[in-house]
Design a binder for this molecule. Structure first.
Ligand SMILES: NC(=O)c1ccc[n+]([C@@H]2O[C@H](COP(=O)([O-])OP(=O)(O)OC[C@H]3O[C@@H](n4cnc5c(N)ncnc54)[C@H](O)[C@@H]3O)[C@@H](O)[C@H]2O)c1
Length: 363
């Protein structure tokens, strides 16, 4: 097991991150020895409750910790105010007070919703993250971005509120459908391209050990991603500078998600976005053509799309990019890899060039 301490300067808070295999026993003992609250509420979804929630609940009860489970419906549709209100009401009915704490058990949706609830309930109570999807383990469980969607768009309501602890156990990914693994792998590849050449090589060389049934190499992959995300968040907790580097593939990717009304899963959209943004970087004389080729090859190796469907209307995609909440004054910022393992944020990339590149990667 590896322990990473994420020290947050602004609040002088430390978020402890544990990465390992079979952490449920450790987690229960740890929460017994060093309680986060007098009692715990596991917030999960009904699917994760069946595959993992009941098991975790029993371990915590066995460790002598008073614990309740609150399960919401699985999926993005639960990221709304109605759900949050319902959880508040359940917590009140169960008698949760300011000395209580929460555990987010699930994917990114559960992490975002639980963090949001924890940041508001009784003017904030502590929480821990136990991420159960690959995407949540390598990305969303770290960094304290919480939130819900509004009818007008995703993640429009939220807070920055750091979890006190994060327990990342790659052995609990066994029940995760392959498409959810792929969603996470897109974020893993993104992390490697912008920050870790060694991880990129590991992904190239150990494909089978990462995706086969045993997934021997997955723990190392996840641990590396957690270290990188932790470093980036420590440098820029509020997402005003360096943290934006993690948006590689996301300028085009978010536009594809919105264009298709979120029918294209996040990882697939980010993968198409990475292909387009890698090509863009080469067009802007930054990423060497051979390195761009390696990025495109790696996406294909992991069954991720490196082409944007020809039927997508480029002008509409560009229009969405201009209106994205991350576009400042309508200027489109894009993360461009300089080389594999290093990237920069380019503010205000010419619209015409992006349009040309999207057309180039359509097929
Ligand atoms: N806060 C952040 O920094 C951040 C970063 C990236 C994404 N996000 C958010 O994350 C969300 C997406 O998260 P996600 O991709 O994890 O999706 P998700 O949370 O919807 O989970 C996907 C599905 O997998 C199921 N599942 C979860 N763990 C399982 C397991 N171990 N076995 C079987 N099934 C399991 C869930 O029930 C769900 O149906 C989006 O809402 C996005 O906005 C947040």
């Amino acid at each position: 097991m590896e322990k990473i301490n994420m020290v947050l300067k602004r609040t002088e808070k430390v978020c402890e991150i544990f990465v390992g295999l079979g952490l449920f026993d450790f987690l229960a003992e740890d929460l017994k020895k060093r309680p986060l609250g007098r009692r715990l509420g596991i917030i999960t979804d009904t699917r994760v409750e069946t595959v993992l929630g009941n098991r975790l609940h029993k371990r915590l009860i066995r460790a002598g910790i008073k614990t309740d489970v609150i399960a919401i419906d699985p999926g993005e549709d639960s990221k709304q105010w109605k759900t949050v209100q319902w959880i508040f009401e359940r917590l009140i009915a169960l008698g949760f007070d300011r000395k209580s704490a929460l555990i987010a058990l699930g994917g990114g949706v559960l992490g975002d919703v639980t963090g949001f609830v924890a940041s508001l309930y009784m003017r904030s109570i502590p929480y821990a993250q136990v991420p159960t999807t690959l995407l949540a383990q390598v990305d969303s469980c770290l960094g304290g971005k919480t939130g819900i969607d509004l009818p007008q768009g995703k993640n429009l309501l939220g807070t920055f509120y750091q979890p006190s602890r994060v327990y990342v156990d790659t052995s609990i990914l066994g029940t995760l459908p392959y498409e959810e693994i792929q969603n996470g792998l897109a974020e893993v590849i993104k992390t490697a391209v912008v920050r870790d050449r060694g991880l990129f090589q590991l992904l190239e060389n150990r494909h089978d050990a990462i995706v086969d049934e045993k997934r021997d190499a997955l723990e190392e992959v996840v641990a590396r991603c957690c270290r990188i995300k932790s470093d980036v968040v420590m440098a820029d907790e509020r997402d005003t500078g360096l943290r934006r580097i993690l948006n590689f593939g996301h300028t085009v990717g978010h536009a594809i998600e919105a264009y298709t009304n979120y029918r294209v899963p996040h990882g697939m959209a980010v993968s198409m976005g990475m292909a387009a943004e890698a090509v863009l970087s080469t067009r802007m004389k930054m990423l060497q053509p051979e390195e761009k080729q390696r990025v495109l090859q790696l996406l294909k190796r992991y069954d991720l799309p490196a082409l944007i469907p020809a039927s997508y209307d480029t002008e509409k995609l560009i229009g969405i990019m201009h209106s994205d909440k991350k576009a400042e004054d309508g200027r489109i910022a894009v993360v461009l890899p300089k080389t594999i393992g290093d990237a920069m944020i380019m503010q205000s990339v010419p619209t015409l060039l992006i349009e040309e590149v999207i057309k180039e990667v359509q097929g």
